[in-house]
Design a protein around this ligand. Structure first.
Ligand code: PXL
Length: 270
């Protein structure tokens, strides 16, 4: 089978293979598209935590984006870890040059174990440029709290925060509800004129490393293939749930999910 579409991933490398660019490549490949990369940082980590972060200079990130896209034009872009204001500005400027409409931004801030993956001064810059440029942003609850400057304890709070983000310039927002204490996970999709709630059973497992990266890459893939954003979110949530449910239980800490666990979804999607 030939890849259906081409996706450019702008994100950090996770040496343990569960999150970051490794999760993105696996997801996009499993769903039948072609993955290209612009690596923003190289993290040394395993399932128990992050040992170190090597930042790639902003100009080299821009070169990866622009030189790659000049030759093979991406149908969609997925953005993950951006650690500094320089990097955010460089990515924003490169996006202007390559003119790709479909952009999914996962505003990555903290790794599963608690290590910060972005410096605090970057958050306002992110809000002023890339968040407005993206077709969709996919914060989890702690990220949505920081971006909306509100506290989130319930589904209603999630909807309020999503509205604040739309009013401050985001085009579409998916807030992931996994951090709330409940047997169900409710993810909220909000656009200018609709609110949708995706409800799913919560898995009791510590092995959820890379779920956010995987979700945003799956959304980017479905969206690049012509699904609506809302449908892409719904299908991507299903894909991640299959991947969690069939996780391999590797490592002593927060283990990875199984990106190939949803191979039957891929067939249905064809
Ligand atoms: O899941 C967020 C994330 C994004 N990018 C990289 C990561 C992580 C979490 O560990 O390592 C590179």
């Amino acid at each position: 089978m030939k890849p259906r579409t081409k996706i450019l991933i702008i994100a950090g490398s996770d040496s343990s293979g569960g999150a970051g660019i490794q999760a993105d490549i696996k997801t996009i490949t499993a769903l039948g598209s072609y993955a290209m990369t612009a690596i923003t940082a190289v993290t040394s980590q395993n399932t128990t935590g992050v040992k170190s972060i090597l930042a790639i200079p902003a100009k080299d990130i821009s070169r990866q984006i622009e030189f790659t896209s000049k030759d093979i034009k991406p149908d969609a872009i997925k953005i993950g870890m951006l650690h500094s204001t320089d990097v955010i500005n460089a990515v924003f400027n490169s996006l202007k040059k390559i003119n790709v409409k479909k952009v999914i931004l996962d505003p990555v801030m903290v790794a599963k174990g608690g290590t910060k993956l972005i410096d605090s001064s970057s958050i306002e810059i992110l809000k002023s440029n890339l968040i407005k440029r993206a077709s969709l942003i996919t914060p989890n609850i702690p990220e949505a709290e920081i971006l909306s400057k509100t506290k989130i304890f319930s589904k209603d709070d999630m909807i309020k925060a999503a509205k604040i983000l739309i009013n401050s310039g985001a085009k579409n927002v998916l807030i992931k509800g996994g951090h709330l204490k409940s047997n169900l996970i409710e993810d909220i999709f909000l656009s200018k004129n609709e609110v949708s709630v995706f409800k799913n059973k919560k898995f009791i497992t510590k092995n959820t490393h890379g779920t956010g990266c995987t979700l945003s890459s799956a959304i980017a893939t479905y969206y690049s293939c012509g699904k609506t954003l809302k449908k892409s979110c719904e299908m991507a949530i299903k894909y991640v749930n299959h991947a969690i449910g069939s996780g391999p239980n590797f490592g002593k800490g927060h283990g990875p999910i199984n990106h190939l666990g949803a191979i039957n979804i891929k067939k249905k999607f064809k």
